[in-house]
Design a protein around this ligand. Structure first.
Ligand code: SAH
Length: 336
């Protein structure tokens, strides 16, 4: 869209009256994505992480956390249960945990694909081109890897043991391999200006991403950013709306972080361009330990409760649940 310049984006981030922006995003979502909402079930299979990102509760320096790993049988069991509840996408997420070899991860992916009629999305961090290739061959369809911020200096400060260039090259490798690729940012990070957010949105568009996940920054008490202010729902809704205007047919979830910053956050996000929601299907005994940020919603709920809560939200908005895989709207899925 020609009018989507840096100046235009910054103008909307600054305005006193964002309602027109929200309405436009909602109209575009309806025109390109219809009223269907795609549901993705997330299994958070390990909270071990080798990295030390300043914002994240799973960072390796956090010693006040009970670490867990689900074994292959447990992951498969959760995926089968989700399949029986009608989930058509299973998202496997973890910290960057090298205890799972690529052989093991490939086995998990292919065994889920054999038993459950679903698409598989991975969100397991930075890996080599060859690892990504093997996971794709094992049956993974999609991959989520947020670039977190397009400000290279801020990236280095917040992710001291990674680099912006290597994260970006991972995203490019995933695109090259034919994955449906999702990326995104955290909104309201300390040190992030409106100019940064504008550059973030322009980069998302340039990468032609199939999915964009964003959420407000939520400070975690056991991290160096414990005293920083949290990101706001208002700014997150503005960024979501601008992303929808920039990328009319990309899949955009109303994330758990949006629902955590405000009890009606996901409902509002679904009215500002979002067309995806991702209920937690991690076994409840592990859920409270996957504490990326505090007070995460859906902690105590049973798998079927999360599903019915999300169904209620969708119904209250007059929208409906998609029954298909919810593949990218601008790419034909490759199957192996
Ligand atoms: N290890 C995977 C998954 C990371 S967790 C990876 O490297 O991609 C998923 C996302 O949670 C992160 O990409 C980050 O954007 C978000 N996140 C982490 N800490 C957060 C916090 N304190 N507030 C809001 N979002 C956070």
């Amino acid at each position: 869209m020609d009018r989507l310049t840096r100046k235009y984006i910054i103008g909307w981030l600054n305005t006193d009256k964002p309602e027109d922006l929200f309405r436009t995003a909602d109209k575009i979502r309806k025109a390109y994505c219809t009223d269907k909402i795609h549901i993705r079930g997330i299994i958070e299979f390990s909270n071990h992480c080798k990295r030390d990102c300043l914002y994240c509760g799973l960072r390796k320096s956090n010693k006040n956390i009970t670490r867990y790993r689900m074994d292959e049988a447990e992951i498969l069991h959760s995926a089968v249960k989700a399949g029986n509840l009608g989930y058509k996408t299973i998202l496997l997420q973890s910290g960057e945990d090298e205890a799972y070899s690529i052989d093991r991860l490939c086995r998990v992916v292919s065994s889920i694909k054999k038993k459950v009629d679903c698409a598989i999305t991975l969100s397991i961090g930075e890996k080599s081109l060859d690892d990504y290739k093997r996971l794709k061959e094992a049956g993974a369809d999609r991959y989520l890897l947020r670039f977190e911020t397009s400000d290279e200096k801020l990236f280095k400060k917040l992710k001291p043991d990674s680099s912006y260039k290597s994260r970006l090259s991972c995203i490019e490798n995933l695109i090259k391999l034919g994955y449906q690729v999702g990326s995104g940012i955290i909104v309201g990070l300390p040190g992030q200006a409106f100019e940064t957010l504008a550059d973030d949105i322009l980069l998302m568009k340039k990468l032609e991403l199939d999915m964009i996940g964003i959420g407000p920054f939520l400070p975690h008490h056991n991290t160096p950013l414990c005293a920083a202010p949290s990101g706001t729902l208002d700014l997150t809704l503005r960024v979501l709306s601008l992303i929808r205007i920039a990328m009319p047919d990309t899949h955009i979830p109303a994330t758990t972080a949006v629902g955590t910053v405000d009890a009606t956050g996901r409902q509002q996000a679904l009215k500002c361009g979002c067309n995806v929601i991702m209920p937690n299907i991690t076994p409840s005994k592990y859920r409270k330990f996957y504490e990326i940020y505090p007070d995460k919603i859906c902690i105590g709920e049973k798998l079927s409760d999360c599903r019915s809560c999300v169904e209620k939200i969708i119904k209250s908005l007059g929208r409906n649940i998609s029954k298909d895989y919810g593949h990218s709207l601008n790419k034909k899925p490759q199957t192996f």
